[in-house]
Design a protein around this ligand. Sequence first.
Ligand code: IMP
Ligand code: MG
Length: 170
Amino acid sequence: MTSSIFLSQQQIQARIDELADELNHAYRKKHPVVLGLLRGCVPFLSDLMRRFAFPFELEFLQGSSYGDKTSPQQEPVLQFFGTPDWDGRDVLVIDDIIDTGATLNALRKLLLEQGARSVMICTLLDKPSRRRVPLSPDWSGFEIPDLFVVGFGMDHAGKHRGLPWIEVMS
Ligand code: IMP
Ligand code: MG
């Protein structure tokens, strides 16, 4: 069951406008690889990238899943699609939410080991109170307390990803 709207469509879209402005400034002279973490990144990435004014390539990877639980079950498993070449590239990682930070930390380390010139992280939500590794997103839309949220890409047991707003699971 879900409760009332926590972040509305209007709030989310207005914040994505602001984030796109910041990213357009940061990447104005660059040609990054935009790397989306499936599956939660989809609505955020889709709305964000249509506001990008810089050239970019788009890649995806799949991270570990929470399964049906609300806490991570295992160490992150990172599965890329194809074999992108990260050597010398500026990589902009897009995800729905940073929670413990385990997934994004493992990803960041791997990309740097494979020669990426820079790895920046942009998440729609940030739950800093849950962090288990010293990692902060370079950009985040909203800082939230320790709540389990769904919608706008985020799921619980595979459900609610298509909501255009964000709700708190109750
Ligand atoms: P981390 O590795 O613990 O930072 O986990 C990040 C991933 O966990 C996110 O990309 C989401 O898929 C999932 N996650 C963390 N918190 C939530 C939440 O509140 N709702 C839905 N998914 C979440
Ligand atoms: Mg995710």
